[in-house]
Design a protein around this ligand. Structure first.
Ligand code: PLP
Length: 463
C-alpha cells in the first residue's frame, strides 16, 4: 500500500466522506487513558499490554476476537462507586451490561449489590454466591416462574413494572407466606441520552408506570393495600450513556414529589428511592464522563434539597450503574484481515469478528475508537471504517476512525470500552462463535467465559 493511495482523509470538500470524526490524534500510537482500562500501556516494543501482558501473547494463547477484561480496574471502579455513595446508599451493578460468575464474585467481594432482569441472570447470581438479599429483580415482563424463583430465593427487592405485576407478585408472595420487599418503577417523563434529555412525553414506552396522569399514585395505593407486598420505595431509570445531570435532577425532583404525595395521602414516608443507572463513559476522546464522587454528590445534593423543601426525611438512595463500571474495563482484540481502500473516501478494514461481538454500532450508531496495538507506527493517519465478517453491509464495528496507513493483514487492532453490552448482546449470526472473556490481572490471564466452539453450535442443533 502506497501512502498516496491512502490519503490521510478527504482532500476536497466535494469528496468529504460522511461520518462523525474529529481530526486524527496528533500521535496515533498514544493511548488516551479516558477510553482504555487502567492497566493498559505500551511496552518497550510498542505493543499494548494489559495487566502486564502483551497483546501478542494474549492473541496467541486465547485467539481473536476476544474480550480482555482488566480485573483490577473493574474492582477499583466498584470500590469507587461504593466509596462515593458511602454507607447511606446502595450501589447495584446492572448485570445486563455483562454478567458472569467471576463478575458476581468480584461484586460480592467489593461490597456491591446486583440487578438482574431474567431467570438466567438470577441463576448466575445465585450460583456464584451473591446473597439473595443483595439482588434486585427487574423487568417489564417477568414470568410467573421467574417471580416464583425470585420470591423463593428471597431477593432483596422486586421492582414492580405494571399493575398486573403488582397483583401477580403479591399473590405469589402470599402463597409463599412472605411479604416481598418491592419498589414501583415509575416513568417520570424524562428521557436522557448522552448530552441531551427531554422532559416531556416519554411515558410512551414499555417500562414503568407513568407519574403524569396519576397512574403511579394509583399503583402505590394498590401496593400498599396488598398483604404480600412490603413497598420500600420508588424507582426511576431515565436512559443510558448520560453525561448531563439535568435529567437526573428532574427525575429526582419528581420522585421526591411523589414521596411527599404518598406521605400526605397515606401517612407513610417510603424509606428508599432508586435513581437507576445510565451514567455515560468515554467511548472516544470526545466524551467526558463524570467521576463517581461527582455523580454521588450531585444526586445526593438534589435529593437532600428536594426533601428539605418537601419536609421529608431523606430516603436511602440506590443507583444502578452497569456500563459505567464494566464498560471501560475491557477491550476487544481483533486481527486485521482484508483491507479495501476506496480512493477519496475511506479504507475498509475487515476484522475477524463484527456485529456478532459488538452490535452497538449497528443498533445504536454507537461510536468507538480503535488502535493498532501489536506495534506502533509512524505512518500517516488514514480514515478507516472497521467492519466485521458478517453478511451485512451494516456490519460495522467502528464507523469512522484513523489508523496508520501502513496497516496490514495480520496486525492486531483493539477497540476499547467494550466491557458493557458487547459480550452480553453477542449473537451467533452466521454461526459465529461468541468470543471468550479473559480476565487479566497482575501478569496473569484467565478465561472467565470461554470461547464457543462448533461443538456448542451442534449441541443445540438437535437435528
Ligand atoms: C439498563 C439499566 C441499568 C443500567 O444502565 P447503564 O446504562 O448500564 O448504567 C440500570 N437500571 C435499569 C433499570 C436498567 O434497565
Amino acid at each position: 500500500m502506497s501512502r498516496s493511495a491512502h490519503p490521510a482523509g478527504p482532500r476536497h470538500a466535494d469528496v468529504l466522506p460522511e461520518g462523525h470524526y474529529s481530526a486524527p490524534a496528533a500521535d496515533l500510537n498514544a493511548l488516551d487513558e479516558k477510553v482504555w482500562s487502567r492497566t493498559v500501556t505500551r511496552d518497550a516494543d510498542g505493543a499494548l499490554t494489559v495487566g502486564g501482558i502483551a497483546v501478542a501473547r494474549l492473541a496467541e494463547e486465547f485467539g481473536t476476537p476476544a474480550y480482555f477484561l482488566d480485573e483490577s480496574d473493574f474492582r477499583a471502579r466498584c470500590r469507587a462507586w461504593a466509596d462515593a455513595f458511602g454507607p447511606a446508599a446502595d450501589v447495584f451493578y446492572a448485570g445486563k451490561a455483562f454478567l458472569s460468575r467471576a463478575i458476581v464474585r468480584w461484586l460480592k467481594e467489593e461490597g456491591l449489590n446486583l440487578d438482574v432482569c431474567s431467570g438466567g441472570e438470577l441463576t448466575t447470581a445465585l450460583d456464584a454466591g451473591m446473597p439473595a438479599e443483595r439482588i434486585a429483580f427487574h423487568g417489564n415482563n417477568k414470568t410467573v416462574a421467574e417471580i416464583e424463583r425470585a420470591v423463593e430465593a428471597g431477593v432483596g427487592r422486586i421492582v414492580l413494572d405494571s399493575f398486573q405485576e403488582i397483583v401477580r407478585v403479591a399473590h405469589i408472595a402470599q402463597r409463599h407466606g412472605v411479604r416481598q420487599r418491592v419498589q414501583i418503577r415509575v416513568t417520570v417523563g424524562v428521557e436522557a441520552h448522552t448530552h441531551e434529555f427531554i422532559a416531556t412525553a416519554h411515558e410512551d414506552q414499555k417500562f414503568g408506570i407513568a407519574l403524569a396522569d396519576g397512574q403511579a399514585a394509583e399503583a402505590v395505593r394498590r401496593a400498599l393495600s396488598l398483604d404480600g407486598l412490603d413497598l420500600i420505595g420508588v424507582h426511576s431509570h431515565i436512559g443510558s450513556q448520560i453525561f448531563d445531570m439535568a435529567g437526573f435532577e428532574v427525575s429526582a425532583r419528581r420522585v421526591v414529589q411523589l414521596l411527599a404525595e404518598i406521605r400526605d395521602e397515606h401517612g407513610v414516608e417510603l424509606p428508599e428511592i432508586d435513581l437507576g443507572g445510565g451514567l455515560g463513559i468515554a467511548y472516544t476522546s470526545d466524551d467526558d464522563p463524570r467521576e463517581p464522587h461527582e455523580i454521588a454528590k450531585a444526586l445526593s445534593d438534589i435529593v437532600t434539597r428536594e426533601c428539605e423543601s418537601a419536609k421529608l426525611r431523606t430516603p436511602r438512595i440506590s443507583v444502578e450503574p452497569g456500563r459505567a463500571i464494566v464498560g471501560p474495563t475491557a477491550f476487544t482484540l481483533y486481527e486485521v484481515g482484508t483491507i479495501k481502500p476506496l480512493e477519496g473516501l475511506r479504507t475498509y478494514v475487515s476484522v475477524d469478528g463484527g456485529m456478532s461481538d459488538n452490535i452497538r454500532t449497528a443498533l445504536y450508531d454507537a461510536e468507538y475508537s480503535v488502535a493498532l496495538v501489536s506495534r506502533t507506527s509512524d505512518a500517516e493517519p488514514m480514515l478507516v471504517r472497521v467492519v466485521g465478517k458478517h453478511c451485512e453491509s451494516g456490519d460495522i464495528v467502528v464507523k469512522d476512525a484513523f489508523l496508520p496507513a501502513d496497516l496490514a493483514p495480520g496486525d492486531l487492532i483493539a477497540v476499547p470500552a467494550t466491557g458493557a453490552y458487547c459480550r452480553s448482546m453477542a449473537s451467533n449470526y452466521n454461526h459465529a462463535l461468541r468470543p471468550p472473556v479473559v480476565a487479566v490481572r497482575d501478569g496473569e490471564a484467565r478465561v472467565i467465559v470461554r470461547r464457543e466452539t462448533e461443538e456448542d453450535l451442534l449441541r443445540l442443533d438437535v437435528g
